[in-house]
Design a protein around this ligand. Structure first.
Ligand code: DC
Length: 224
């Protein structure tokens, strides 16, 4: 019997993936890995160094000199804790462009595979179940209506003190969704064996419960 599962949670921006994934990891005593944070760290470094994502050689040199580590909820860029700096509107606007670059994806996917190799991991992102960990025992595709996702993201921005309108957020995540779905390498798509959960009408605890129950069923255990 498999004891420590690998759980992949993919879906579009604002579907609640990170909150849900963190909750599932806590309930099962697993490690949570936020793969989006790692793409954000690469975007932050390209902003800091003034390297355009279109400059292939520049991005290759950047990756050569960059270490990105995601550990216990913190994102480390060359050893510096950048967990806050990667959430700015500037990084958010740039990140989907950076995430389309095959070199960047190859660099991060290799790192993320190593992080998932031991099991006992809940990893969230766009391509976890399809590319990073295609052997994951449980794959979830978490989604919600665009309106609801924009509403949730707006609340997050407001809580961080950024004054944004609902329309601005809807526009921003609409553009990111399109780029994430249409890119050639590792696009956002539903894995054939994923369980789709629409969280438009559900709260976080309900979604966490559903996923924990699916995990326990795979492990052959009763719900606690
Ligand atoms: O989940 P997030 O909003 O923090 O992700 C930031 C961006 O990173 C998102 O627009 C798409 C990209 N991303 C990706 O391409 N692949 C992943 N596994 C995770 C995120």
């Amino acid at each position: 019997m498999i004891k420590r599962l690998t759980i992949a949670i993919d879906g579009p921006a604002g579907a609640g993936k990170s909150t849900v994934a963190r909750g599932v990891a806590e309930r099962l005593g697993y490690t949570y890995v936020d793969t989006g944070a790692m793409y954000r760290a690469v975007a932050l470094q390209s902003l800091r160094l003034g390297i355009s994502p279109k400059d292939e050689e520049g991005m290759a040199a950047l990756l050569d000199e960059t270490s990105i580590v995601y550990r216990t909820g913190k994102t480390l860029l060359n050893g510096e804790d950048v967990s806050e700096d990667i959430r700015t509107p500037q990084v958010t606007a740039l990140v989907s462009g950076v995430a389309r670059i095959p070199l960047v994806r190859a660099f991060l996917v290799e790192c993320q595979r190593r992080m998932g190799a031991e099991g006992g991991v809940v990893m969230d992102g766009r391509d976890v179940g399809t590319v990073i960990l295609p052997e994951a025992e449980l794959k979830i595709f978490l989604t919600a209506s665009l309106q609801e996702r924009a509403r949730r993201r707006q609340l997050e921005w407001l809580a961080r003190g950024a004054e944004v309108t609902w329309e601005e957020v809807e526009q921003e995540i609409g553009v990111r969704d399109k780029m994430d779905r249409e890119r050639k390498v590792g696009p956002l798509r539903i894995a054939d064996d994923a369980v789709v959960i629409d969280s438009t009408e559900l709260d976080v605890n309900e979604v966490v419960d559903q996923i924990v129950q699916l995990a326990l069923a795979i492990k052959g255990e009763e719900t606690p």
